[in-house]
Design a protein around this ligand. Structure first.
Ligand code: UT7
Length: 322
């Protein structure tokens, strides 16, 4: 006989940002741009830039530590660590094993997921599936990036858009009303040339720099995000009016506005951090989620939609009851 369905519940959230916070004006002193252009086109006002002593693993571990504290757990309770990142500390081993080591954790499973800006949604879905399958009990799902290390500071079309940071959640298996209600993930590799890094171990033998055709990415982002949010709400049997909060990927305030308008969602229900963090790729959703949990906007019982779209293309959304 099967018991009540097991769900993956968010037990705690955490985040971490590099010490150095850089304004648009500071950037405009070195790059041919302006606070006015960046603000108007993207909504970005600041980004954090990692210093030499700050890496994807150190930021990820700091966010994980805060998430464990919020969950009232220690690293000993964790049997799965997934880090979503496209800026690993080393090509291998996985940054998740470095995070594990920094946390003083031994045993269990630790690996990385690479789906760029959708990475957190992908990692979240893998952890959720492993919890429901009974192969993990308590997971740390971390989105951590040092995107600024991939930037071409001569390319004003990209270098003003990204920042560094990390966010984390503790997911645990429970049988109640709370937990992940539905998830939808997608990928379409034919769009590689619209958003990519022009290097890699098996091609150039270099790390490479980020390249993007921004206008094209923008167009796809609005269409794909609106459609995946419809799908995931359908799967959960919910209407847009049932949603308490949307926690979107923070690439551009105009993408977020256009997407929520397409769904008929109220702008006041959207968590916006793009002004403060810029685009932190896989870190952006868990960073925004942590902010809204900590300032009391997102509360127990709320229905929250997480969504993201990025290089690949990859995109996805998840509906969670907190
Ligand atoms: O994480 C997921 C992936 N990323 C995204 O979702 C990003 C998606 N794309 C975007 O957010 C927007 O397309 C951008 C913010 C990247 C660009 O905004 P846009 O309104 O699409 O501008 P544009 O690329 O069409 O450029 C408009 C003008 C150009 O000048 P001309 O050719 O019209 O004279 C650019 O050269 O703005 C110029 N420009 C800049 N000017 C000042 C481009 N970058 C800058 C800059 N400062 N930083």
């Amino acid at each position: 006989m099967s018991g009540p369905a097991l769900r993956a519940v968010i037990k705690g959230t955490g985040s971490a940002l590099p010490k150095r916070r850089v304004s648009n004006d500071e950037l405009a002193a070195q790059v041919d741009t302006s606070d006015e252009w960046i603000t108007e086109r993207t909504g970005i006002k600041f980004r954090h830039i990692a210093g030499p002593d700050e890496t994807t693993a150190t930021l990820g571990a700091e966010a994980a530590r805060h998430a464990l504290d919020a969950a009232g757990m220690s690293e000993k309770d964790i049997d799965l660590i997934i880090v979503a990142t496209c800026t690993p500390d080393q090509t291998f081993p996985a940054t998740a094993t470095k995070v594990q080591h920094i946390l003083g954790h031994h045993g269990g499973v630790a690996f990385d997921v690479a789906a760029v800006c959708s990475g957190f949604l992908y990692a979240f879905s893998v952890a959720e599936s492993m919890i429901r399958a009974g192969s993990a009990k308590n997971a740390l799902v971390i989105g951590a990036e040092t995107m600024t290390r991939l930037l071409d500071w001569e390319d004003r079309g990209t270098c003003v858009l990204f920042g560094d940071g990390a966010g984390a959640v503790v997911l645990s298996g429970e049988t109640g009303e709370a937990g992940v209600l539905a998830t939808q993930l997608h990928a379409d590799g034919k769009h590689n040339e619209l958003l990519y890094v022009d290097g890699g171990p098996s091609t150039t033998g270099t790390v490479g720099k980020l390249r993007m055709q921004g206008r094209e990415v923008f167009r796809h982002a609005v269409t794909n995000l609106a459609s995946v949010m419809h799908e995931v709400l359908d799967q959960a049997g919910l209407e847009p009016t049932d949603v308490d909060w949307v926690v979107p990927h923070q690439a551009n305030a105009r993408i977020i506005d256009a997407t929520v308008k397409k769904l008929g969602l109220a702008a006041e229900r959207v968590v916006l951090t793009v002004a403060e963090h810029a685009n932190t790729s896989a870190a952006s959703v868990p960073l925004a989620l942590d902010g809204a949990v900590r300032d009391g906007r997102i509360r127990a019982g709320d229905v929250v939609v997480l969504e993201a779209m990025g290089g690949g293309f990859t995109w996805g959304a998840s509906v969670v009851r907190m």
